[in-house]
Design a protein around this ligand. Sequence first.
Ligand SMILES: [Zn+2]
Length: 335
Amino acid sequence: MDTTVFSDIDWNREGKQIGSLRLPYSPDDDAWGVIPFPAASIRHGDGPVVVVSGAVHGDEYEGPMVIAELMRQIRSEQVCGQLILLPALNAPAMRAGRRTSPIDHLNLNRVFPGDHGGAPTEQIAGYVAEHIFARADYYLDLHAGGRTLFIEPSAHVVLADGMDAALARSNAELAEVFGVPITVQTSNMGDYRTSAGYASHKGIPTLAAEMGMGGWVTGDSVGATRDATRRVLKHTGVLPDIDTVPGQATRWTRIDGANAYLFAPFDGYFERRFMLGESIEAGQLAGLMHQLSRPALEPEPVYFQSSGTLYAHGLVGHVRAGQNLAVLVQDVARP
Ligand SMILES: [Zn+2]
C-alpha cells in the first residue's frame, strides 16, 4: 500500500509554497475530512535539502514557533537547495497540547518508519519516512521537555558503535554548530523508531534538540532555539547568507546505561531532593517515596545508582511504579 497522505505542495517545484500535508480522517462527524499538518517548501537552485520539524510531541512549542517564523520570513532567493519546514508534525497532539496524539494515543516518536495502513500517527510517519526523508540531505528535529519534564537545553546526536565514520562526523559537526551548553550522545539503545533515530539510521546527518521545558515558553527559550537553528541552516549551506550569532562551546555527554535512569519503585508520591544541573554521586539520596494511602508507613528513600550530572527530571509528584524520576549524563571526550 502506498501512502494515504497527500499534499497541496509539489516538493519538486521551485519557489516558496506554504500548504499542508493532509491525512484522510473519517471520524463520527465527518465522512471525507482530512487532518491538516502545516508545511512549507522553499526551493531555489542547487544545494542541500534540509528538513526541519517541530511538535513531534504536541506540548513542545519553541520549535513550532521558530519554524513558523522561518515560513513567514525566508524568501526563495535566500535559499540554495530546498528548505522543507514541518512545524507541527503531530498536529492533532499540538492542537490538544499533549505529548501523544489524542486520536490514537500514539507517540509519533516511537512509530517510525510508520505504516501506511496503520493508525493516523503511523500513517503520517510513513509519509514522512518515504516522501520527505527520502529527499533529505540534513534533518533537524526541535523538541522541548513538554509539560511533564524539566531538562537542560541540549542537542542530541546519534553516535552509535559501528556507524559510518562520515555520518558520525557530520552529526558531531551539527551539534558543535548548534552551539548549546550540553550535547548528549546517544546510541538510541538500538531503537530507531524516533524520527531522528530513523533518519540517522538511513544515513542522513541528523540533529535533535531539547530547547525548553515544563510546557512553558519564554523569550529566552525561543531566542536560543532561533539562534541555534539559524546557525545549523547556515552551516548546511541551504541559507548561506542568513545572519547568525555565535554559539557556545558544547560539553559532550552521554546517558551511560540503565543506571543513569532513576525509576519510581512503586506507585506513590515522590519528594524530590535534587536540582536540575546538580552534580550527583552514586549512592546519594534522590528523594523519598511516600504512600499517602497508607500514612502509617514511613516514606522510603530512593538512591541514585550512578554518578553524573542531573540532566532531566519529571515534574509530577504523583508517580507510577517504573515512572522516570531522573536522568543523569556523564561527560565524554569530544568525538
Ligand atoms: Zn519531544
